[in-house]
Structures are given as C-alpha cells and as structure tokens.
Ligand binder design. Structure first.
Ligand code: AHG
Ligand code: MN
Ligand code: MN
Length: 344
C-alpha cells in the first residue's frame, strides 16, 4: 500500500520550512481545516435543506445579498479561529470592520487572518464549485494589546501563509507558507485531508482564458485587444484559446493552476477598480500562484507589492500562467491611456 501523508503529518515533517514557532501553524491550520470540514458538510447537503439555501435577507457591506451559507461559513471560521487562540483578529468579506479578539489568550495571538469565507456564493444553489480563501499575517502591534487596522493592512510580500479550499467534485485544501504549494484532498470516509498534489506548479503557458465577457464593452482597450489575440488562429501558439468561466474565482483559479491559463477581472465602467477584493481574494491567490511559478498583477503592478489602504479595497486582477499574464500586460501597456496620449 502506498503511504498516504495527511495534512497533520505534512506539517510536522516540514516544520523547519515554516516561519512559525513550533505548533503554531499546525494549530492555526487545524482551525481552518476544521471549519472547512464543517462548511463542506453543509455545502454538500445544501440541496437537501431548505433552511440553509438561498439568500439570508441581509446584505454584506458591499451591498451584495448574503447567501445563508456565506453567513454560516463566516461564523464557522470565526468560531474555530477564536477557539484556537493563535490569532488576535480576523478581517472578513462579510464584516465591515475587522474583528479583534479581546478575551482569553487570543489577545496574545501573534497572527491575524483575512478571509473570504465563501467565494462564488452565487453558485451555491446551482451545484457548482465554491471556495474559501484565507491569508495569515504576523501582527504588527504588540501581543497582549487589542489588534489594530495596521495589523491587517499589510502587503502580500509580508504574508506568512495563504491558501484556499475548493468545495468541488472533491474538497481540497491548497496552501503555501512560502516554500511552494501543496494540495490536500479530503477523504470524506475518514474525514482527513491527504496530500494529493505535492509541489503544485502552474504551467508557464496554457490555452484557457477566463473572463466575464458579458462586460466586454466596458473593458479597457488593452483587455479587448488581448481577448481578440486569444481568439485569433495561430497553430504555433495553440490559438484560438478556449474560454472557460465558472464565476467562482477559486474554481476558475484552481483549474488554471492545474491546466494552465489566465484569469482576468479587469476594471469596468461600472467598477473602475474591478470587482475582486485585494486583501482576501487577490493577495492570497496571487501568493499561491507565484509560489507555484505563475504570475499575478493588476494589469501593471505586482499584486503582492500593492500597499493596501482599506480592508475591502478592490483591484483589477490578471493571474495565472506566467507567459499568458505577461502577454495580457503587454496589451495593457500598449493600449493604455497614457500610451494613447503619447501617440497623439
Ligand atoms: P463572492 O461570492 O465571494 O462575492 O465572490 C464572487 C466573485 C468571484 O468568485 C467571481 O470570480 C466573481 O465574483 C464573478 O463576478 P462576475 O459575476 O461579475 O463575473
Ligand atoms: Mn469571493
Ligand atoms: Mn464571499
């Protein structure tokens, strides 16, 4: 029988790789993996239970209707992390302000977590993959004090770990602590995450492009031109590329991580900074993709070097296979307003 490595064993074996004191990462991740299992259980029975399906009636701070599972997943993650007492605070898509834990040992926690507890929530009631995204920073304020905004507003280059969970045809937890990316699949029969995708690498090239083309008319000129490039025929570069867009960022990204591809959510007329959130969508996923040899930018600047100013800030996102992201960036540069200005 081939030896299976569980997530728990993996952390113990690779302890030296992690920028955490002994046991900290394992305790933090066990909180996340426990919440993932609970959310996974609810996601899987979502079709059966009327009560959990559909809109909860409240809106999150971005004015989007919160689905019940969003609220549920948020609460599960918060409860699990609070109980583990390694983090002093949490920033979440579902909460306008960050949550600072003031009771017990948590105030001594050295880390903060940022998360999108349920990504792709509009896909819940149609049985399409959804996910959870998280990132972990070391706090800036002194342990023993209440967490502050500055603990959260840190650029991606200062991340200590990030990951995502995909609730798909199987449930996977993919994470990195800055030493490559590893993927673990949940064996539901024993309730254990097992190493199934060691050392994940994003192919340098791909033939999939993912973008919501319904917004085409509102895209910047560079993106329009890049889409045309993807659609042109050229045997040497495998074009035309194939278009794939699920509408769950985690699922679109996970597919591109494995098969190669580019995902773009650019600025649009309606959303000049795009739709996706820097702190708990773009930064953690960019960290994962870079750790797997891919690339991520806002069309120009490396996502991980952007200094966040606001917990719920949005930026455009160009992410995936290195060569594809670079090609899209070249179109952005060539057709940018400043480039147009220079021509006149
Ligand atoms: P969330 O469910 O956390 O609000 O995120 C939804 C995001 C992302 O998952 C997805 O890629 C994107 O919204 C889709 O947006 P469009 O419907 O505008 O394409
Ligand atoms: Mn999301
Ligand atoms: Mn969400």
């Amino acid at each position: 029988m081939t030896k299976v490595t569980t997530l728990g064993e993996f952390i113990v074996e690779r302890q030296a790789d992690f920028p955490f004191a002994k046991g900290e990462l394992s305790r933090l991740l066990s909180a996340i993996r426990l919440a993932a299992k609970v959310v996974n259980r609810e996601v899987n029975k979502a079709g059966l239970v009327d009560d959990i399906l559909g809109a909860s009636g409240s809106e999150n701070i971005q004015g989007e209707t919160q689905q019940k599972l969003d609220v549920y997943a948020n609460q599960q993650m918060i409860n699990a992390l609070r109980a583990q007492q390694e983090v002093c605070g949490i920033g979440s898509e579902e909460n306008e302000d960050f949550i600072a834990f003031e009771n017990g040992e948590a105030i001594w926690g050295k880390y903060v977590v940022l998360m999108d507890p349920l990504d792709g929530s509009s896909n819940i009631d149609v049985n399409v993959s959804i996910g959870t995204i998280f990132s972990i920073y070391r706090r800036k304020s002194k342990p023993g004090t209440v967490a502050e905004l500055q603990d959260f507003l840190q650029p991606g280059v200062d991340l200590v770990a990030a990951g995502y969970i995909i609730y798909g045809s199987s449930t996977m937890l993919v994470f990195s602590t800055g030493h490559g990316v590893n993927g673990f699949t949940l064996d539901t029969s024993i309730g254990v995450f097992c190493l199934s995708h060691p050392n994940m690498r994003v192919p340098e090239d791909g033939k999939l492009y993912s973008i919501n083309e319904g917004n085409y008319k509102q895209f910047p000129e560079g993106v329009k031109k890049y889409i045309k490039y993807c659609q042109e025929e050229d045997a040497e570069t495998n074009r035309p590329y194939t278009s794939r867009y699920i509408g769950s960022l985690v699922a679109d990204l996970h597919r591109n991580m494995i098969k190669g591809g580019v995902y773009i959510y650019p600025s649009t007329g309606a959303n000049p900074n795009g739709k996706l959130r820097l702190m708990y969508e773009n930064i953690p996923l960019s960290f994962i993709v870079e750790q797997a040899g891919g690339k991520a930018s806002d069309g120009k600047n490396r996502i991980l070097e952007i200094q966040p100013k606001d917990l719920h800030q949005r930026t455009p996102l160009f992410i995936g296979s290195k060569n594809m992201v670079e090609m899209a960036e070249r179109y952005m540069e060539e057709y940018s307003e400043t480039a147009a200005g220079r021509e006149e």
